[in-house]
Design a protein around this ligand. Structure first.
Ligand code: ADP
Ligand code: UDP
Length: 237
């Protein structure tokens, strides 16, 4: 597999073409950003930890029958993935109230959400990723009604698999963000990443925050805690 020119440099990853037009390389960098890129820091080893963590989780999801971008781990910080035509929305599921939901609705952090809440956000940094609904997505042509339905179905399927997985490791999956794309055959496939950068995880007993809130809130030991999450799931880093 030959790495070719850069396709896109995001806030935390760089995407490269390869000699196979259906495959891309994702390079996980140490860059860590929050508040729409207002706070940016380099955290030692974060690229490696997130690359391996993402590969581990996506492989678990594949094993559970969910179509993902996963191909193979190429190096400490690089993964080979299926090239997807990304749909520019973020799919968020919340099992427990936290983050922007608490700020927006004035509800108490930690409140159990039954049924879990589903939200769409438009991927647009300049507009601070505004919340959108199914009608916006269909009317503006970001995805079809069938694709919207499939993204919801798959995001909830991920919830069933990962809630159980994190529970076994003594953690609560509070909320998470997924991004989907369309593969060359027209299927909706899970892309981007699933790492502690894009979800909230709390220790079941102590409620210790074990995700990017450690960085957002300046709690320290960010990468060390991501490694602890991985180890609790049986992934040695
Ligand atoms: P951002 O764009 O939010 O700053 P990243 O730094 O994570 O985010 O950049 C990764 C970019 O690569 C994102 O825009 C994401 O949509 C895109 N991407 C992720 N997985 C794939 C894939 N399998 N195929 C094509 N593009 C992808
Ligand atoms: N999230 C993300 N990228 C974003 C926005 C949110 O990965 O651009 C994740 C975030 O880490 C959390 C969930 O989606 O696990 C819900 O985020 P929320 O809407 O509460 O926003 P936040 O307060 O985290 O900015």
């Amino acid at each position: 597999m030959e790495k070719r020119d850069e396709l896109y440099r995001g806030k935390a990853k760089t995407v490269y073409h390869t000699d196979d037009s259906d495959k891309l390389i994702l390079l996980f960098r140490n860059d860590t950003s929050a508040f729409d890129g207002e706070k940016i820091e380099q955290l030692d080893r974060k690229g490696e930890v997130n690359n391996k963590f993402n590969h581990f989780i996506m492989t678990k999801l594949e094993e559970a029958g969910i179509a993902t971008q996963v191909e193979s781990l190429l190096s400490d910080t690089e993964s080979l993935v299926k090239k997807l035509d990304m749909i520019p929305v973020e799919c968020v599921v919340r099992n427990v109230a936290a983050g922007s939901l608490v700020r927006r609705l004035g509800v108490e952090e930690g409140q159990l959400l039954n049924p879990p809440v589903f939200e769409f956000f438009l991927k647009n940094d300049a507009l601070h990723d505004p919340m959108v609904n199914d009608y916006h997505i269909e009317s503006f042509g970001w995805a079809t009604a069938a694709q919207v339905a499939r993204m919801k179905e798959l995001t909830f399927a991920v919830n069933d698999v990962l809630k159980a997985l994190f529970d076994q490791g003594g953690m609560i999956l509070v909320d998470y963000k997924l991004e989907f794309g369309v593969d060359s055959a027209g299927n909706i496939v899970l892309g981007d990443e699933f790492t502690p950068d894009g979800c909230r995880l709390w220790d079941k007993e102590t409620r210790k925050k074990m995700d990017k809130d450690r960085f957002r809130q300046g709690l320290g030991s960010v990468v060390e805690t991501y490694i602890e999450v991985a180890e609790r799931l049986g992934l040695k880093l």
